[in-house]
Write a protein that binds this ligand. Structure first.
Ligand code: THU
Length: 160
């Protein structure tokens, strides 16, 4: 029996105000998108904003459905919109923020596993890391330099 240890690096910013300007701007766009989420069932609104290498920002928010599994997370709404409309552009960074209508979210809210897998596909496709910033409604912002830091042992097309 052997053992391996997997290493991930997360940078922690005290608040949105400590972010580098391009990330702060992106997080503000994610927060604006968050407020337009359609989340009548969970009352948990999520916004995501992606910055492309042509300067365009693509946003998304969670879209729920009375048939619950038919809804989609903010991150996948945003990244599929980028993939659909700008298939040849590189995604530089992504900002994610969540707000609950039930209680204040002061801890960073990480993207769910399915969204990590979806983002991984695009990071691998573009051969360039995607910076990921995520937060709750307020408080600390977590940043990973690459989606790979959030998804050890990624399943990708090399396994097919
Ligand atoms: N949600 C997201 O939009 N992103 C995530 O990474 C986690 C969860 C949404 C899905 C659902 O509309 C609500 O948050 C509660 O799970």
């Amino acid at each position: 029996m052997k053992k391996i240890q997997l290493f991930s690096e997360i940078h922690i910013y005290e608040s949105i105000d400590e972010l580098p300007p391009e990330a702060k701007n992106l997080m503000e766009k994610a927060a604006a998108a968050r407020e337009m989420a359609y989340a009548p069932y969970s009352h948990f609104k999520v916004g995501a904003a992606l910055e492309l290498d042509n300067g365009i920002v693509v946003t998304g928010n969670n879209q729920e459905n009375a048939a619950y599994p038919s809804g989609l997370c903010a991150e996948r709404v945003a990244i599929y919109a980028a993939g659909a409309n700008y298939p040849n552009n590189v995604i530089l960074r992504m900002a994610i923020t969540a707000r609950s209508e039930k209680h204040k979210l002061t801890q960073p809210i990480p993207p769910c596993g399915a969204c990590r897998q979806a983002i991984a596909e695009y990071e691998i496709k573009q051969h360039k890391n995607i910076e990921i910033y995520f937060m709750g409604e307020e408080g600390e912002v977590y940043k990973s330099n690459s989606l790979a830091d959030l998804l050890p042992l990624i399943f990708d097309s090399s396994s097919l």
